[in-house]
Structure formats: C-alpha cells, structure tokens
Design a protein around this ligand. Structure first.
Ligand code: NAP
Ligand code: F7E
Length: 350
C-alpha cells in the first residue's frame, strides 16, 4: 500500500485530495496545526476524518516537519499548507513569506535528509504570473512570472526552490501551477464562496446586500475535486516536471455575480455594492491558463467550467441555508463568523 502525506489536509484541496487518495487505496497522513477551535469540518463533510492519520505540525516549526517525515515513511508528499489568501498577505507579508515561501525549503530539506526517494508536489499558483496575465492570452508553463502580492512572491520562491532541489539533488519534485479552483468547501472569504453564500442568504431573505471589491478582475475558475486529480497524476510520471492546470476560460467578478444571482432568479444590480474595503493595494487584472501540456502528458482536462461551477456552488449554499432555517446546524454555519464588514483591513485605511 502506498503512503502519502498531505500538509494542509484541513484545507479545501487537502480534504479533496485525502478523499481521492483513499479511493485509490493509499494510506493517507495529514498534518494539521494546533488552533483554539479544531478545524476538521471539511474532513468530516467528505467523510474521511476517521480514515486518515493526523500529525500535528506547524510550517514555522522545522522540528515538527522533520518528525512528521520520520514517523510516516512516505512514497509521496503533497505540500499544500500555506497562508493562501492573497488579501491577507498584504496584512501579514512577513508571516506569509515564512509560511507560504520558506516552509517549502524546510520540507525539501527534511526530504533531502530523511527520504530523498519520496516524490514531492508543490502547490504553486497562477498568481505567480501576476502582471503577465494582462496579455489576455492563455498562460503556459514557460511564460514570464511577475508577482503582484506578497503571497505570489512567496509562492514564486517556493516554485524556484522546488526546481533547485529537483535539479541540484535529483529529488522527484514538481510544481503544479494551478489556476483558481473552487467548491462548496472553499474558505468563505474567497470571492466565489462569498458570492454563493450571500446570494443564497439574500434569496432566503437572510441578508440584504452583497459588498465586494474589484468587479473587473478576471479569473480562470475551475472545480477543485477535478484539480486535485492532476496533483496525483503529476507524481505518477516518469520524470518530474511543472504543469499549468486551468480551464482556459476567464470571467470577471461581475460575470460571476451576474451568473450567481441568475441561479437564484434575482437581479444582481439590486443587491451588489462596491466597497473599497475589499480592494487590494494591487490586484492581478486578468488570468487565464493554457492546460494543453497537462492534457498531452497527464491526460488531464477540466470537466466543469464556469457556469456549471457557479450552479454547483449557489445551489449547495441555498440547500445548506434552507436546512439551517429548518433548525439543522452544520460546521460551516456562517453566523459564527464575524461579518466581513466589521473587519478593518489596511486597504480600508488607505
Ligand atoms: P486553504 O483552504 O486555505 O488551506 C490551507 C491549508 O494550510 C489549511 O489546512 C491550513 O490550516 C494550512 N496552514 C496554514 N498555515 C499553516 C501553518 N502555519 N502551519 C500548518 N498549516 C498551515 O487552501 P486551498 O485552497 O486548499 O489551497 C491549497 C494550496 O494550493 C495552498 O498552498 C494554496 O496557496 C495553493 N493554491 C490554491 C489555489 C486555489 O484556487 N484554491 C490555486 C493555486 C494554488 P488551517 O485549516 O488550520 O487554517
Ligand atoms: O479573489 C476579487 C479580488 O480572493 C479573486 C487563492 O486561492 O486563487 C486565489 O486567489 C478576485 C480578485 O482569489 C472581492 O480582488 C472582488 O481579483 O477569490 P479571491 P485570488 O486572489 O484570485 C489563486 C490562484 C491562489 O493561489 C490563492 O491561494 O476577486 N474580488 N471583490 C474579491 N475577492 C475577495 N476575496 N473578496 C471580495 O469581496
């Protein structure tokens, strides 16, 4: 039986990947960090919480990462843990640099010393392209990187250190350059889930408006369960390499909002307000990826495109809120979150 470790198993991709690897017959290990309230709701939602081996580890703590690798005797390591919210990286640029960037070297160094034959996946990102996205042409693996946030700069460091350990030490290390991918278990602060959640609440008269930042930004949005399959395929190849994973469609936040309100049969213009608190000091204007290398070499293609994705997300959110009205309580209950309108950000003080 193959053994795989997922750092960040409590996150969106970690939970889907755990489920997918279990279905493939893997023994799955996952790291989580100690926080005041346990964050295992996604693993429970996908019914995998009792099927994986959980190891406490923090990306800032080198010893805990070495210990993790010592106890788990791994074939594959998927490094997904990160401070992954671009907006937050402007608030905590140093911590983001450490957790999202430097931690990659901590893990690679542990692999080099303890298990150099283990295969390593790094969660790189389309955000690394940044300004290069303005060409509006679908971006490929060889295109120029021009990061526009502390998050993207940290990921670019992780991308390069992954290549350096591959070329310098012969470690089977790959970069998955994934474009935005979403699902009903996405964090609530990301724009797709924020929109889906608020549209559902508005449609059930639990909320009256939706406040957003930059409606002009365009993103290439895919469906997360399909994207984690590509991670596994990258580690099954003969040679390590880097791959873009995307849908090759770009849509604006405005289109996202329009489609989401359409699903609920509402007119978006009656409810959406632009609020400068959700604007970033810098925002990537447009990103679209070319997945032809992944199609050719991994046999991977996206099945769910923009319209299907928005429908899945809005319908699931409406279903949850209806059950909530009927008295059911779930871990994803939004009433427990502070309203985003009450969170002050640096952008809001500009
Ligand atoms: P996510 O839902 O935000 O999950 C991030 C994970 O990292 C969580 O398990 C989180 O733990 C963990 N983490 C954060 N700080 C940590 C620390 N100091 N020590 C240990 N663990 C820590 O992100 P995602 O959407 O699943 O994305 C997975 C990875 O892919 C991330 O690296 C992200 O940057 C990258 N990526 C995502 C996308 C996308 O569109 N989703 C696209 C490209 C790349 P808690 O649960 O305790 O917070
Ligand atoms: O923003 C705009 C915002 O936060 C998308 C992460 O998974 O994908 C994600 O990063 C766009 C941006 O995702 C709001 O300005 C407008 O232009 O959902 P997001 P992101 O920043 O693209 C990449 C690939 C990653 O690697 C990251 O880890 O939407 N936008 N109004 C808003 N965004 C948010 N969050 N909230 C708003 O109110």
């Amino acid at each position: 039986m193959k053994r795989a470790l997922i750092t960040g198993v409590t996150g969106q991709d970690g939970a889907y990947l755990a489920s997918s690897l279990l279905n493939k017959g893997y023994e799955v290990y996952g790291t989580y960090r100690r926080i005041s309230t346990p964050n295992f709701w996604r693993l429970e939602y996908l019914n995998v919480f009792n099927k994986i081996n959980l190891i406490p580890a923090d990306l800032g703590d080198t010893g805990s990462l070495f210990e993790t690798l010592k106890i788990s005797e791994l074939d594959e390591i998927y490094h997904l843990a990160a401070q992954s919210f671009v907006e937050a990286s402007f608030e905590t640029p140093v911590a983001t640099g450490d957790v999202t960037g430097l931690s990659v070297t901590r893990i690679l160094e542990a692999i080099r010393q303890l298990c150099p034959d283990a295969r390593f996946y790094f969660a790189a990102t389309s955000e690394m392209y940044g300004k290069s996205g303005k060409t509006n042409r679908p971006l490929r693996e060889e295109d120029f990187f021009h990061p526009m946030s502390p998050y993207a700069a940290a990921k670019l460091y992780g991308y390069w250190i992954t290549k350096i350990y591959r070329d310098g030490y012969g470690i089977f290390a790959v970069n998955g350059i994934l474009f935005n991918h979403e699902s009903p278990i996405r964090g609530l602060e990301f724009v797709t889930r924020k929109v889906a959640n608020e549209v559902a609440k508005i449609s059930l008269e639990l909320s009256e408006e939706l406040r957003l930042g930059n409606l002009n930004a365009k993103r290439d949005w895919g469906y997360a369960p399909e994207y984690v399959e590509s991670m596994w395929r990258m580690l099954q190849q003969k040679e390590p390499d880097d791959y873009v994973i995307a849908t090759s469609e770009a849509h604006s936040v405005r289109e996202l909002v329009q489609k989401a309100f359409d699903v609920a049969e509402l007119d978006w213009q009656e409810y959406v307000k632009v609020d400068k608190r959700f604007l970033r000091p810098l925002d990537v204007p447009s990103l679209r990826g070319d997945y032809s290398k992944a199609k050719r070499k991994l046999g991977w293609s996206p099945k769910t495109k923009f319209n299907g994705l928005v429908e899945i997300m809005v319908k699931e959110e409406i279903n949850r809120w209806k059950r909530w009205i009927d008295g059911e309580r779930f871990p994803w209950d939004a009433p427990n979150y502070p309203s985003e309108n009450r969170i002050l950000t640096r952008a809001s003080r500009m």
